[in-house]
Each structure stands twice: as C-alpha cells, then as structure tokens.
Design a protein around this ligand. Structure first.
Ligand code: UT7
Length: 322
C-alpha cells in the first residue's frame, strides 16, 4: 500500500503587521472587543504589488528546501486559494513556472478557507493511486485585497499568508484519511458577490468584498467541526486520545476551543496562530502546521488532526501520522 507522507513544510507571512490598535484608528472597534470575541491581536498585510503567488512562492521554496526535494522532481502542484493572482492561468501554473517545475500537473482549488485541506485531500488521492510520487500542496491568500476596510464586522478578522507542504509516496503512513464536505445551501452567509460570469463589469449593490453573517457562520461552524472531528477519528480507526495535536483552521479562538473540548485535548496540544495571523483562509492550516513542525515539538509517529471550515460552506479534515 502506498501512502502520502509529509516530508517538508514551509510558510511565509508578509512583513507589514496590522495590529488591533491600528484598526481602532480605522473603524469603530476596540482591541478588547477583537481579542475577546476572536483571539486575534494582529495580522499581516501584503505589500502593494505583493500577490498570492509571491507568498506561495516563498512558502513553497521553504517547504521544498525542508524536504530536500528539487522543484524539477515534482509531479503535481495543487494550490488552494480564493484570491488568485489572475483569473487564469491558475496561480499554481504561475508558481510552477517560477519554481522551474514545468511539465507537471498544476491547478488551483477554490474551497474558500478549506482550499488547502481540499488540495491536500486531492494530492493524497493521486499519490495513493500511484500516479504521483512527489506533490507540492499550497494554501495561499491575500484576503486583504477583498476586505472592506470600512466594515468592522469583517475587516478585523482577516490577514494574508501562505503555507506549503511536500508530500511524497511512501510505504509508511502518512496521511491516514482526509474528509471533504460542502453544503452550498449556506452560500449566502459567507461570500464575495463578484465573479466572472456574475457582477464582473456591473456597478453592483455591493462592492467586491467579503460579505459575512458572522454569528450564523459561527454557530454552524462549531457544530460542523464537532461532528467532523468525531467522523475523522472513526475514519482513521482511532479514539480521541490517539490524537496528539490539533491543527485547526484559525478563524476564531472560541471555535478552536470548542473543537478542542470535543476532543478533550488540552490547549497545549492545540496549535494557535490566530492571535498573530488572523484568518488567512487557505493559508491558515499550513501556516499553523509549519509553525508546529519548526518548533520541534512534534515527534515522528504522532497523530495530527487538521481541520477547516469556510465559505460554501465547506468543511474538511485530515488525520496524519507524522
Ligand atoms: O473562516 C471562515 C469561517 N468564518 C468564521 O468561522 C467566522 C465565524 N464567526 C465569528 O468568528 C464571530 O461570529 C465574529 C467574530 C465574526 C463575531 O463575533 P460574535 O460574538 O458572533 O459577534 P456578533 O456578530 O454577534 O456581534 C455582536 C456585537 C454587535 O453589536 P450589537 O448588534 O450587539 O449592538 C456587532 O455590531 O458586536 C458588534 N461588532 C463589533 N463591535 C466592535 C461587530 N464587529 C465589531 C467590531 N468591533 N469589530
């Protein structure tokens, strides 16, 4: 049996830090409100001209270096994003060219905040099927480009960043299971109203910024993630106490705590980056994973539970033996 193993991780954050104090000067909010309701203290914002592809390139370069894999050895690049550099070619194709990995399969996945998790699930299946030996999986976003900086309901939440992993075929696990879910019935609770075939050239009622009914999203997210972690543990033939680390999507510390409680996992086994990164959508889980791995705290053989929830709604998870 062939498994996909993570052999290297990397991440990248833009230099500019936007603190809660900075936001207090922009909208009617307070550090106290943002910290209490979300756990966010600061987030990074891409420089003018710095794109999702740029962030992805730096994260990917670091992941390849950590894995000791040359870009020319890759058979696949799968990149999760909702903020691509261009409508087409895909950011994955632009990244492929910059890395010098030309010839291999390369495509983007849009699953909102689950973009990286969906990309991971897809790459895992290609490796298990024997069609791919070395895959680069990336989550990269510049959400700041579609944030309404006058809307306090949303602008305090998001940030820019990217993370990447190299997956390699191996006889040992590896990715044990991935679960990908969606329910488009919730589309109107979290969306951007502008696309290509809708709203592209119109002066619409809304701008081309993120629209969210945060409170409703919160309630569905908590319930969906509780069900998802139970489902993931069962799919991996495990018990909750087999989970060594939770690497959650970093949208809100209160949502993360609820998931950890469901797993009865102490918070020192939960990776928290939301305080420094805010919600970086597809960048969030691979950024947190890279942070955990680079601290050296995680041991080979430990079980990592990754999960995410986002617009669509989409929700997704992976159980990984590191
Ligand atoms: O990653 C994709 C998935 N996204 C999520 O998972 C996000 C899920 N939702 C959330 O994280 C939370 O719902 C939010 C952080 C967005 C909001 O927290 P909440 O506790 O659900 O607050 P709320 O929306 O119920 O708003 C409570 C109050 C409202 O005032 P009133 O109506 O009670 O007078 C808001 O107007 O807080 C007000 N408010 C703010 N006040 C100060 C909303 N945003 C702000 C703000 N600063 N930035």
């Amino acid at each position: 049996m062939t498994f996909a193993r993570i052999t290297g991780t990397g991440s990248y954050l833009p230099e500019r830090v936007l603190s809660n104090a900075d936001l207090e000067k922009m909208v009617d909010t307070s550090d106290e409100w943002i910290t209490t309701r979300t756990g966010i203290r600061e987030r990074r914002i891409a420089a003018n001209g710095e794109t999702t592809g740029d962030l992805a390139f730096h994260a990917a370069t670091r992941a390849l270096e950590a894995a000791g894999v040359k870009a020319s050895e890759l058979d696949a690049i799968v990149l999760g994003t909702t903020t691509p550099d261009l409508i087409f070619p895909s950011t994955a194709c632009l990244l492929q060219s910059r890395l010098g990995a030309n010839g291999c399969m390369a495509f983007d996945v849009n699953a909102a905040c689950c973009g990286f998790m969906y990309a991971l699930g897809i790459a895992d299946k290609f490796i298990r099927a024997g069609q791919t030996k070395k895959a680069l999986v990336v989550g990269s976003e510049t959400l700041s480009r579609m944030t309404d900086w006058t809307d306090r309901n949303t602008c305090v939440l998001f940030g820019d960043g990217a993370g990447a992993v190299v997956l390699e075929a191996d006889k040992e696990p590896g990715v044990l299971t991935t679960l990908l879910h969606a329910d488009g019935g919730y589309a109107d609770l979290l969306y951007n109203p502008v696309g290509v075939s809708k709203g592209f050239k119109e002066d619409g009622r809304h701008g081309n910024t993120i629209m969210m009914e945060g409170n409703k999203v919160f309630r569905v997210a908590v319930r969906a993630l509780e069900r998802l972690v139970d489902e993931t543990i069962a799919a991996a033939n495990m018990h909750a106490d087999n989970v060594d680390w939770l690497i959650p999507h970093q949208a809100n510390l209160r949502i993360i705590r609820a998931t950890a409680e469901r797993l009865q996992l102490p918070m020192d086994r939960v990776v928290i980056t939301v305080d420094k990164h805010g919600n970086t959508s597809s960048g969030s889980v691979p950024l947190a994973l890279d942070e955990l791995i680079r601290t050296g705290k995680v041991q080979r053989g430990q079980n990592l539970l990754l999960e995410a929830f986002g617009g669509g709604f989409t929700w997704s998870s992976a159980m990984i033996r590191y």
